[in-house]
Design a protein around this ligand. Structure first.
Ligand code: SAH
Length: 232
């Protein structure tokens, strides 16, 4: 371990010993108050997990200083970690419950999966880019998110071995919601996805009722990276 790491560790210990709040925790308090609560997100357990989850640790070291800003941050391989408010908004729309099994398409940094993991029973998350899948899995393991399972693969196919899912969230944008994913949604299930082209997307909510009937509504405009066809 190099001298910088020792210094960082020392800082954490000093904060703990003195009972002071570490700076990243104050930044998260502010992020939640100013970017999330101020825009109308009210779900208490969601606000709590966003206050305690160390978002900066999901970012490559060079961009950690940007972790609590009000915008998405590039994480390499043309991926971004979503803006904090968008993570909150999509999670509130998805409405995960403690008993739910959740599927996420587009693991990216693993941050959205970590938030979902604290509100649901299990999260299965698929990432096309091998290096991102590996680094997200490492971060999630280091932070002890043991109920989040990462797989490298093509999200268009879903995860049939673990279906059905009570909740499905897409954090990359397909031109249309893939049929395989609607098939893997449980009855009484919900899917949230940014649907459209690379410059105009609707945030779509699909509900499947107790008898399997599917309804769809658009809730507003968003901008995500495109969901790439697998194998390309
Ligand atoms: N949820 C992420 C943000 C994801 S950005 C977070 O919290 O950080 C979108 C991600 O979708 C990128 O990492 C991109 O590589 C991935 N992706 C794009 N097409 C995909 C596909 N067909 N299957 C799985 N992942 C895909």
């Amino acid at each position: 371990m190099g001298p910088t790491r020792w210094l960082a560790l020392g800082t954490v210990l000093v904060f703990k010993a003195s009972g002071q709040t570490p700076p990243d925790s104050r930044e998260r308090e502010r992020m939640v108050a100013e970017q999330i609560e101020a825009r109308g997100i009210r779900r208490a357990d969601l606000l709590r997990v966003m206050r305690v989850t160390p978002r900066h640790l999901f970012l490559p070291e060079g961009v950690r200083a940007l972790a609590y800003r009000d915008h998405p941050v590039p994480i390499g391989h043309s991926a971004t970690i979503s803006q904090p408010y968008i993570v909150a908004l999509m999670t509130e729309l998805l409405a995960p419950q403690k008993r739910h099994r959740v599927l996420e398409i587009g693991t990216g940094s693993g941050y959205q999966a970590a938030i979902l993991g604290q509100l649901a029973a299990e999260v299965y998350t698929i990432e096309l880019e091998p290096e991102l899948a590996a680094s997200a899995a490492r971060t999630l393991r280091a932070l002890k998110h043991t109920n989040v399972i990462v797989r490298q693969g093509d999200g268009y196919l879903g995860w049939p071995e673990r279906a059905p899912f009570d909740r499905i969230i897409l954090t990359a944008s397909p031109p249309e919601v893939p049929t395989a994913l609607i098939d893997q949604l449980a009855n009484d299930g919900r899917l949230v996805a940014p649907v459209g082209t690379s410059d105009a997307q609707d945030l779509v909510v699909i509900d499947k009722d107790a008898r399997g009937k599917v309804t769809r509504r658009a809730t507003g405009q968003v901008l995500f990276v495109p969901m790439r066809p697998g194998g390309k």
